[in-house]
Design a protein around this ligand. Structure first.
Ligand code: SF4
Ligand code: F3S
Length: 106
């Protein structure tokens, strides 16, 4: 499956959700995750993310491997999102900042 990684946090552009054919994005307060049990590896979401936060599981950047399990866990708790909405207010400011995990809201 594909995985949402660190740079989505505090940006949440949501362009990704519009293209997913199986509606497997789930939304939290300041991050999105992909349900690995639903993702069919279509690859459509990856180029849609302005923050380049989406990777195939095998291509997750070094140091971000924990996001694989995090996507699986949070997908169980968070509701599905299928319609794009405005990014978070400070998205441009946070885009590209490293190590945002401490800012993840659940
Ligand atoms: Fe959805 Fe395809 Fe992205 Fe998987 S790879 S989350 S199926 S758009
Ligand atoms: Fe996050 Fe990128 Fe989607 S910032 S909400 S993974 S478009």
């Amino acid at each position: 499956p594909f995985v949402v990684t660190d740079n989505c946090i505090k940006c949440k552009y949501t362009d990704c959700v519009e293209v997913c054919p199986v509606d497997c994005f789930h939304e939290g307060p300041n991050f999105l995750v992909i349900d690995p049990d639903e993702c069919i590896d279509c690859t459509l979401c990856e180029p849609e993310c302005p923050a380049n936060a989406i990777y195939a599981e095998d291509d997750v950047p070094a140091g971000q491997e924990g996001y694989v399990a995090l996507n699986a866990d949070l997908a169980k708790d968070w509701p599905v999102i299928t319609t794009r909405k405005d990014p978070l207010p400070d998205a441009a400011e946070w885009d590209g900042k490293p190590d945002k995990l401490p800012h993840l809201e659940r």
